[in-house]
Design a protein around this ligand. Structure first.
Ligand SMILES: [Zn+2]
Ligand SMILES: [Zn+2]
Length: 487
C-alpha cells in the first residue's frame, strides 16, 4: 500500500516512530502528540496536507483568540497495559484492542487546559504488518470469501439454535412463487408453490435502478418454471442466489421473478401479500450498497474508507500502514438502498436482516443487536428502527402486555415510521400506501387498533393536530401518509 505523498512533516511521523507512539499513548503524565498551532495548520492545509485539511475543517470554528493553543493527539484504549505487563513486547500499542481511539483536543499553553474536539479510529488490513497492534479492519473486498461465508452461516445457525427469534413460528408458508435453487448442477428454476406448501426461504431487498431485462411474464412463466436464464440474470440477483445457497436455503423470493410483471391482477394480489412474505422469510438479504440491479453486492467494493493512510511503526526493522478515520458515533450508513421507500417495510418486517453495506456487512435478528463481519470499533444507529418483536411471535401474552402501552409511545413510534418512510423515493406514487401497508397490517393486529388511511383511530386526534401545525412555518412534525384513492 502506498502512503499519500501529500502529508506534512507533523502528520507523516505521528505513528511512524517509537517515540511518537509512546507519547501518543494516554497514561498519567503522557505528553500526547503535539501537532500544529492555528496559523501553522492553516498553512499546511493550504499547501495540501491531506490530514491537515481534515483537521482544519474539524477545528476552524473551535480556535479561541490568541495564539497559545495547539492541537494535541492522544491514543486511548481500555486495554493498554504497562510495559511490565506486556512482558517481551514493548510496543506502545500492544494489546490496544478494537476499541482503540485517538482523541484530538486543543491544548492551551497558558493554563494547560485541554478542550476536546473530535475522535478518530485506526483501521488496517489483516495482511498489513500493523495488524499485530491495530485490531480494527476494513470490509473485505470480496464478501463471498470463505471466512465471510462461514460467518454468515454461524450467525444464522446461532440464531436458529440458541435464540427465540422464530420459536413460535412453524416452518413458514411459501409465497406463491419462489426461486428453487436445489439443484446446483442445473439452472435454478421458478417453483410454483402448492397450496399451504411450507419451507424456509430467503427474501431479497434491492434497488432496481432502472428497467430489468429478465422478468417473469405471462409468456415465459412456463419456461422459467423449468429453468431460469441464470447467465442473463443481473449481478445483484446472482449474488442473492449465491448467499441463499451459502445459508443452506433452497428457496429465494425476488419480486422481478416471483411476481408476473405484466399482469395487473397478479401484481395486485402479490403486492398485498408483500408484508407477510418478508415477515415469514427466514432471512432477508439487503443489497444495500448496490444502486442498480446490475451492480451486485459481493465483489468489487471500494476499500477506500475516506480516511488518511499513514505509516505505522511496528519494529525497528518493519513498518506498516494504518488508516486514520473520523469516528462517526454512532455511525448511520447512508446506502443507495436507503433511498427506496419500500425498504422501510422490508426492513421492519424482516426477522433476520443480512445487510450488505458499503463499509460493513451487518447481521441483525430479534435478539442480536447489529453484528459486524469485520472487527469494527463503530457502533451502529440505523435509520430504520425495529418494530416490537411481538409481531414475530403470536403469543397472546405478549399482545396483552403490549395493550397496556399508552397511546403516546404508539403515536410516536408510528410517526417515526412515517417520517422515515416519507423521506424516501418512490417510483410509482400509487405504491405509497401498499409500501407501508404490510407494517400497518402487522401493527393493527398487535395494537388491536384500526388503521385509517395512514393513521390510527386511537391516536387520530394527535395526528390531525399535525395538519394544523403544518401551516406554522417552524412546524417540522411529520404528517401522515397522504391517501391516494385507487381509481
Ligand atoms: Zn499535516
Ligand atoms: Zn436471533
Amino acid at each position: 500500500m502506498e502512503i499519500d505523498g501529500e502529508l506534512c512533516s507533523r502528520c507523516e511521523p505521528m505513528f511512524s516512530t517509537l517515540e511518537n507512539l509512546t507519547n501518543l499513548k494516554y497514561r498519567h503524565g503522557s505528553q500526547g502528540y503535539r501537532h500544529y498551532k492555528r496559523r501553522e495548520l492553516m498553512e499546511s492545509a493550504s499547501k495540501g496536507c491531506k490530514l491537515c485539511k481534515i483537521l482544519w475543517s474539524e477545528t476552524r470554528s473551535s480556535w479561541r483568540d490568541g495564539n497559545d493553543q495547539q492541537l494535541l493527539f492522544r491514543a486511548h484504549s481500555d486495554y493498554f497495559v504497562t510495559h511490565e505487563q506486556s512482558g517481551y513486547d514493548m510496543h506502545p500499542f500492544f494489546n490496544a484492542g478494537k476499541d482503540l481511539f485517538i482523541n484530538l483536543s486543543l491544548l492551551s499553553a497558558n493554563d494547560g487546559h485541554e478542550r476536546y474536539i473530535t475522535t478518530f479510529i485506526l483501521i488496517t488490513a489483516a495482511d498489513n504488518s500493523a495488524a499485530k497492534y491495530i485490531e480494527a479492519r476494513p470490509i473485505p473486498n470480496d464478501l463471498s470469501d470463505r471466512q465471510t461465508q462461514s460467518q454468515i452461516q454461524t450467525w444464522l445457525r446461532d440464531c436458529q439454535e440458541n435464540h427465540q427469534c422464530s420459536e413460535e413460528m412453524a416452518v413458514p408458508k411459501l409465497p406463491t412463487r419462489v426461486l428453487d435453487l436445489s439443484n446446483s448442477k442445473s439452472q435454478p428454476r421458478l417453483h410454483i408453490s402448492a397450496t399451504n406448501e411450507r419451507s424456509h426461504y430467503a427474501c431479497l431487498s434491492y434497488c432496481w435502478g432502472g428497467p430489468q431485462e429478465v422478468l417473469t411474464t405471462k409468456a415465459n412463466l412456463h419456461e422459467y418454471a423449468k429453468r431460469l436464464p441464470v447467465d442473463r440474470l443481473p449481478k445483484t440477483l446472482q449474488d442473492a442466489i449465491s448467499v441463499s445457497k451459502t445459508l443452506g436455503l433452497r428457496f429465494l423470493w425476488i419480486d422481478a421473478l416471483c411476481i408476473i410483471q405484466n399482469s395487473d391482477e397478479d401484481k395486485a394480489v402479490e403486492i398485498n401479500k408483500m408484508g407477510s412474505i418478508y415477515r415469514d422469510a427466514t432471512v432477508t438479504i439487503f443489497a444495500a450498497s448496490a444502486s442498480r440491479v446490475g451492480d451486485g453486492f459481493l465483489q468489487h467494493r471500494s476499500s477506500d474508507e475516506g480516511g488518511v493512510l499513514l505509516p505505522f511503526y511496528v519494529s525497528d526493522s518493519s513498518q506498516g500502514t494504518v488508516t486514520l478515520l473520523l469516528q462517526e458515533s454512532p455511525y448511520t450508513p447512508n446506502e443507495p438502498l436507503d433511498s427506496r421507500a419500500w425498504v422501510v417495510q422490508e426492513t421492519l418486517l424482516s426477522r433476520r436482516r443480512l445487510i450488505y453495506g458499503t463499509k460493513e456487512l451487518l447481521w441483525k435478528c430479534q435478539e442480536d443487536d447489529y453484528q459486524t463481519v469485520t472487527v469494527s470499533p463503530r457502533s451502529y444507529d440505523m435509520l430504520v428502527t425495529s418494530l416490537p418483536g411481538d409481531i414475530f411471535s403470536p403469543i397472546q401474552d405478549s399482545l396483552v402486555k403490549r395493550q397496556k402501552e399508552t397511546d403516546i409511545p404508539r403515536a410516536q413510534s408510528w410517526s417515526i415510521i412515517v417520517k422515515n418512510f416519507t423521506s424516501r423515493g418512490m417510483t410509482n406514487r400509487e405504491d405509497r400506501l401498499p409500501a407501508i401497508g404490510g407494517v400497518a397490517a402487522e401493527l393493527q393486529k398487535l395494537w388491536k387498533d384500526e388503521y385509517i388511511i395512514g393513521t390510527w383511530r386511537s391516536t387520530l386526534a394527535k395526528h390531525l393536530m399535525w395538519y394544523r401545525l403544518k401551516s406554522h412555518p417552524s412546524a417540522s412534525l411529520p404528517r401522515p401518509v397522504e391517501y391516494r384513492s385507487p381509481t
